[in-house]
Design a protein around this ligand. Structure first.
Ligand code: 9MR
Length: 345
């Protein structure tokens, strides 16, 4: 097991073999296997803009091991190869996630069986990509959605029910064993907004990181997903305090799933983009004020493909504009802002 001392070591792997742009903070995006061959413009967008290209879904537990007998590495291999063969970095998401636990895991009966399955999965998957993924989201979305309303700190998940909170240190230790050089990330959403619910989420996240640190279990980075709701407000002060607390523990910050949730009025594209730019600008002010994050990663490149219209559709049915390029691959003004801010950070 790696000790807490490692958490203080410098961020590795930020030099690019083939930089597409001169940036201070690496910019990346998540890519989807289903479009990479069928849509050449989609594929090209990643090469035009990204320092880092990571599989969006293909490394999730349920995709990699849908049944106990089946290991399905091919889609993830293809995407990681795509990134590395073009001189880009890549990273992995995610080992523990409530929304990717296959039926066979849910059916496991004893804590010992669950622990064995979790450790075996993490060791095998992490080892396969050792040296090729610069970091892993070891646990994703373990903080309760609304700790106040839900009356709990941790989300109720299959892993929590089977193993209790110790599934978190188990997962970190297994990942560290299998790839000691990979940065270990705890990833979550709704960590950037103003409001009691978000204060509570930040508190829980800091509490988990502190407990891992106190037990000498390495956690290197907090991933803020950065799904930015245009009708929410960024809490700059709270984010600065949050980052200062992490810094005390030797833990860094990364933005892992940036996109814009524009589900409220206005409906015209220009006004939507102006609101997107405003909230992104506030977010970057708060994140960059504390020194450069390890990376900023968008959750896709183009409005052609995004989870947002499926999961959080606009009530007025207007076209949503969540990502840096529009459906015709035209760059939005907020992508230009992002590039400029990251380059000079
Ligand atoms: O964007 C992802 C979508 O394509 C998948 O169908 C879905 C289920 O695997 O996951 C989406 O990504 C989620 C991410 O893994 C965790 N944070 C929230 C993202 C949006 O739901």
């Amino acid at each position: 097991m790696a000790g807490a001392g490692l958490a203080l070591s410098p961020v590795a792997g930020h030099a690019r073999a083939q930089p597409p742009a001169e940036t201070g903070v690496p910019f990346g995006s998540a890519i989807q296997a289903e479009y990479i061959e069928s849509d050449p413009a989609y594929r090209q967008a990643f090469l035009d803009y990204c320092d880092l290209i990571m599989p969006m879904n293909e490394l999730k537990f349920g995709q990699i091991r849908p049944t106990r007998e089946t290991w399905n590495f091919e889609p993830a291999d293809k995407l990681v190869d795509f990134a590395l063969s073009h001189g880009r970095k890549s990273r992995g998401t995610c080992h523990v996630w409530w929304n990717s636990t296959p039926d066979w895991v849910e059916a496991l009966e004893t804590p010992a069986e669950a622990e064995k399955a979790l450790v075996e999965h993490i060791e095998r998957v992490t080892d396969r990509y050792r040296g090729r993924l610069q970091s892993w989201d070891v646990v994703n979305e373990v903080v309760a959605n609304d700790p106040i309303y839900d009356g709990r700190s941790l989300r109720d998940t299959v892993w929590l029910r089977k193993l209790g909170p110790r599934h978190i240190p188990i997962a970190f230790e297994a990942t560290a064993r299998a790839d000691p050089a990979a940065r270990l990330v705890i990833n979550d959403y709704n960590l950037e907004f103003a409001g009691a619910e978000y204060d509570a989420r930040r508190r829980v996240m800091l509490g988990i990181v502190q407990q891992l640190h106190d037990r000498n279990i390495r956690v290197d980075t907090v991933g803020i997903q950065g799904h930015l709701y245009t009708d929410h407000t960024i809490d700059t002060e709270a984010l600065l305090t949050f980052q200062a607390e992490l810094r005390k523990l030797g833990v860094g910050l990364m933005v892992t799933e940036l996109d814009v949730i524009d589900w409220q009025k206005p409906a015209d594209a220009e006004a939507q983009d102006a609101r997107a730019e405003a909230i992104l600008s506030d977010f970057l002010d708060a994140i960059l004020a504390d020194g450069p994050p390890e990376a900023v990663i968008a959750w896709g490149m183009t409005d052609r493909y995004s989870w947002i219209p499926d999961v959080l559709p606009r009530p007025d049915g207007a076209t949503m504009r969540p990502l840096p390029l529009d459906r015709e691959m035209r760059e939005k003004s907020w992508m230009a802002l992002l590039r400029k801010r990251l380059r000079t950070a």
